[in-house]
Design a protein around this ligand. Structure first.
Ligand code: 5RP
Length: 293
């Protein structure tokens, strides 16, 4: 029988203090359930409200992309500097250390390779397996204007329903086809459709004119993809402009892992995203880390 004699009588009820009610800091996410918010807190820094997601999922349609030939060799050393890893379940199970305890955003759609029509994707992961892998969110490609537009949107809404059932956020990834204009008008359309149909947050591309209207008209957080490799100074400038105009961070791949100095680059991106470091200063920071490595 438990010894209850030594338990002191509770008497400090702090009657003068109302119970705290923390405001969840992410745009449009205050009405989500606790588990969903807790998972988002493994993606977005509670301090800055932003994230540096390291995207290495390109192999799901591109095969062994330059810089990702050996993820164990080139990417694992960068994990210490990422807030979140975005990858496929194949890479997660085969080469990602299970000691990685930050958020994982799992690629959950796929099908066609670069040799075929890319918008012809299907859901490629069950919510059960995503939960088994303890992921922070799942990501699904949405091809607004693509040949299989409706199917890709249906893929997303199916994952949203399953995610809502189990408390798993869904990242809607707006994919831009070769034939579609990458302008603010298109990005507003694509991001807003994702948010309206239930994406917890949305990934899109930065546009140099009017990006602030894309961020403003999307009621949930937006992160930007890095896109094709560009000079480091330009990539840092793009990241700065994006967060300055309302993005909640980056989901950057090639501009980090194809950089001359990936470890220096990801640290410079962190300075921009989390500390608003101006791009020129961030580039100098990148150069100094590169010189010292
Ligand atoms: C592929 C993706 C990538 O994760 C995304 O494009 C980010 O990588 P990058 O910065 O190299 O563009 O969603 O479809």
């Amino acid at each position: 029988m438990a010894d209850t004699d030594s338990i002191p009588e509770t008497k400090d009820f702090h009657l003068d203090k109302p119970q705290t009610a923390d405001i969840f800091p992410l745009k449009g996410c205050h009405n989500l359930d606790w588990g969903m918010k807790n998972r988002l807190a493994h993606i977005f820094s509670p301090k800055s409200g932003r994230t540096v997601m390291l995207a290495v999922d390109h192999g799901y349609f591109m095969g062994p992309t330059s810089g990702l030939e050996r993820i164990d060799v080139t990417i694992n050393p960068l994990l210490a500097y990422a807030d979140t890893l975005m990858c496929t379940r194949g890479i997660l199970r085969s080469v990602t250390p299970a000691t990685f305890n930050k958020g994982v955003v799992l690629r959950a759609s796929g099908g066609p390779s670069i040799l075929k029509e890319l918008s012809d994707e299907q859901i490629a992961v069950s919510m059960e397996d995503a939960i088994r892998l303890n992921v922070a969110a799942v990501a699904v490609q949405v091809f607004v204007g693509g040949e299989f537009e409706s199917r890709s949107i249906h893929n997303m809404t199916q994952l949203v329903d399953a995610g809502n059932r189990f408390g798993v956020p869904v990242l809607g990834v707006t994919a831009v086809g070769k034939e579609l204009a990458r302008d603010a008008k298109y990005m507003r359309l694509a991001t807003r459709i994702c948010a309206e149909l239930g994406a917890t947050y949305v990934k899109t591309y930065f546009v140099s004119e009017g990006f602030e209207t894309v961020a403003a008209s999307c009621p949930v957080p937006i992160v930007i993809a890095g896109g094709k490799k560009m000079p480091e100074a330009e990539a840092l400038n793009m990241a700065y402009q994006a967060v300055d105009q309302g993005a909640a961070g980056v989901d950057m791949g090639r501009n980090i892992f194809q950089s001359d100095a990936p470890t220096a680059m990801i640290q410079a991106v962190r300075k921009v995203v989390h500390e608003n470091m101006p791009p020129k200063e961030a580039y100098e920071y990148y150069r100094s880390l590169k010189a010292g490595s």
